[in-house]
Design a protein around this ligand. Structure first.
Ligand code: HEC
Length: 159
């Protein structure tokens, strides 16, 4: 009687063990879900920061085109959008990890960008100064690249 019970208990335990553990099933499916979301994330590489940067890049192209055609007012309002794009991008993620794994605080770089060639560009466009505007566009692009270099990504294309 006692031995019989014991044998049944052992059988029961073995049955339980061979049945797929529901917790394990759950962890397998969450692993699959995790994998799928990581895949989705990596295939859509746009971070909100990158999105704003791209907007700034587009506005830079538009601004330069308008200035070339002598539309300084249009160029200047496009330039305002360059500024808000870059500022907005940095404010979303003020500290980024450079390619070498070092944390880079973008705030001082943003301040240098805003008070340097960006300010010069706005002034030149507001005053319809062709030569000054051309120079400011070149310097501005250089300063965009300076910041990308600081985060270890000098290859980012700037219009
Ligand atoms: C203060 C630093 C800083 C300045 C100034 C700056 N950028 Fe960026 N930029 C970044 C960072 C950080 C990223 C990476 C964003 C990401 O991958 O999430 C980036 C990424 C980009 C990208 C790539 C976006 C993508 O699709 O991955 C473009 C294009 C870009 N910037 C254009 C510009 C232009 C144009 C300017 C100047 C008008 C500029 N940036 C000025 C920090 C800066």
């Amino acid at each position: 009687m006692f031995l019989g019970n014991l044998a049944r208990d052992i059988q029961l335990t073995q049955k339980k063990q061979t049945k797929t553990n529901p917790a394990m099933k759950l962890s397998v499916s969450s692993f699959l879900i995790l994998g799928a979301s990581l895949f989705t994330l990596s295939s859509c590489v746009t971070t909100p920061t990158a999105q704003k940067m791209r907007e700034a890049n587009t506005m830079l192209k538009q601004s330069a085109k308008k200035a070339e055609k002598g539309d300084y007012a249009g160029a200047n309002s496009a330039a305002a959008a360059i500024g808000s794009g870059v500022r907005g991008a940095v404010e979303l993620a003020p500290v980024v990890q450079s390619k070498t794994g070092k944390d880079v605080n973008l705030k001082p770089l943003l301040a240098a960008w805003e008070s340097g060639p960006y300010k010069d560009l706005r002034k030149a466009l507001a005053g319809s100064q062709e030569k000054a505007a051309t120079a400011a566009f070149t310097n501005l692009r250089g300063q965009c690249t300076n910041c990308h270099t600081a985060i270890g990504r000098p290859e980012i294309r700037v219009n």
